[in-house]
Design a protein around this ligand. Structure first.
Ligand SMILES: *Cc1c(COP(=O)(O)O)cnc(C)c1O
Length: 408
């Protein structure tokens, strides 16, 4: 493999035209779109329109005239197409953490005789923290176990199993259909976290028979920092599930201003308060862009980029102590690649100083995300060469690269 071979792959890339849709800084190879996706040009225009026309000129009439009030369901319908859900099964609201709280408590409401939630340790911490909080409030038990023990722990007291489809560090991907079936065979509900799935790998929630899901929209969906997250409730559960955050936007008739809460019978029951319109305006541009791309081409290109990076690093950076974490087979992983290295933090900092932005994850992981819409194989080649140079020249040993900042 040479750089010319990488360029040849780019020459036949069916997604190449999407690069221009992003406002990426010159001279940067951005391998952190799995943590914060870059700015779609249309998002800047969409926010400008929402601010100046809809808010500035339309004022309060924009709740109806500009479709603000339906935005959580409208955007939910768009996310649904990316995750294999029906058009009325997804809403966009709140953060992933808050949505997980609502749906985990909702799962307990759907399985009243069962008092345990089972989840995996080593997950992105908010998932376990939120489940601890839900269980403490509901008087339920949380069993957080290593991934290989999770399915063995599901029994007739288990209300729900909560797993992250693609692991944030190792990129290991659960078999969604098989795990969902195994959990449901024991009468429990399956709640998937799709933070590193949506916009990255093919996902068919209804094909897998999933019950519930949450996910993030500022990663591969490029919705912008703190963009509102999404939640999925399979249609069969919508009449019965109860959100613990029974706010007025979840009421059957919010504008009836009744004294007592009456839940909506559809996905709106999972909404709580007034939707964040400016954040939704940015996200809608990211979603519209993602929907223009063929999801099979997205996953295929992402896997091609990951495979190339793994291959180049293992061949050209051999002997420098980097060890791939997580599975090697593309069907069993997501679109980021993590290498363990004793100096991972300094390595990532030294690469950032040379324009290759990846990130560090405790305790020793250098993580690189390969978002298919804007990256090229040539950039992957260049990033691997910069890594090789940083290792060979020991540039990462410079003292400035070891000082930790608050956000890594
Ligand atoms: C990114 C991520 C989150 C983010 O949660 P927020 O509420 O948006 O902070 C949650 N879970 C997983 C698995 C993630 O990767």
């Amino acid at each position: 493999m040479t750089r010319a071979d990488a360029e040849a792959l780019d020459a036949v890339d069916p997604l190449a035209r999407f690069r221009e849709a992003f406002d990426l800084p010159a001279g940067v190879i951005y391998l952190d779109g799995n943590s914060l996706g870059p700015l779609p040009r249309a998002a800047a225009a969409g926010v400008e329109r929402a601010v100046r026309q809809e808010w500035g000129q339309g004022l309060i009439t924009s709740w109806n005239a500009a479709g603000w009030i339906e935005a959580p369901q409208r955007l939910g319908g768009k996310v649904a197409r990316l995750v294999g859900a029906g058009p009325n099964e997804v809403a966009v609201a709140d953060s992933t953490s808050v949505n997980l709280f609502k749906l985990a408590a909702g799962a307990l409401s759907l399985r009243p005789g069962r008092r345990t939630i089972v989840t995996e340790t080593g997950n992105f911490p908010t998932d376990v923290y939120v489940l601890e909080g839900v269980c403490a409030m509901a008087g339920a038990t949380l069993k957080a176990l290593p991934p290989e023990q999770v399915l063995h722990a599901v029994d007739d007291d288990t209300a729900a199993v909560v797993l992250t489809h693609v692991h944030y560090k190792t990129a290991r991907r659960w078999d969604m259909a098989a795990v969902t079936a195994a959990v449901q065979a024991r009468g429990a509900l399956m709640l998937w976290d799709l933070c590193h799935t949506a916009g990255a790998v093919a996902c068919d929630l209804n094909g897998a028979g999933a019950d519930l899901a949450v996910g993030c929209s500022y990663k591969y969906l490029n919705g912008g920092p703190g963009a509102p997250a999404f939640l999925f409730v399979a249609e069969r559960h919508q009449g019965a599930i109860r959100s613990p955050l029974s706010g007025w936007m979840g009421h059957a008739e919010p504008f009836a201003f009744e004294d007592r809460y009456r839940p909506s019978s559809d996905i709106r029951a999972m909404l709580c308060g007034t939707p964040p319109i400016l954040g939704l305006a940015a996200l809608e541009a990211g979603l519209d862009l993602q929907l223009e791309a063929d999801p099979r081409a997205v996953e295929a290109k992402g896997q091609s980029l990951c495979r190339l990076f793994i291959d180049l690093v293992e061949r050209r950076c051999a002997g420098h102590g980097l060890a791939l974490t997580g599975p090697r087979e593309m069907e069993r992983r997501g679109l980021h690649v993590s290498f363990a290295h004793p100096d991972a933090y300094a390595l990532v900092q030294a690469m950032i100083a040379r324009g290759v932005i990846g990130d560090f994850r405790e305790p020793d992981i250098a993580r690189f995300g390969f978002s298919p819409l804007y990256l090229s194989h040539a950039e992957v080649w260049d990033a691997a060469e910069i890594l090789r140079d940083v290792l060979e020249t020991r540039a990462y040993e410079a003292p400035g690269f070891r000082t930790r900042s608050a956000v890594t």
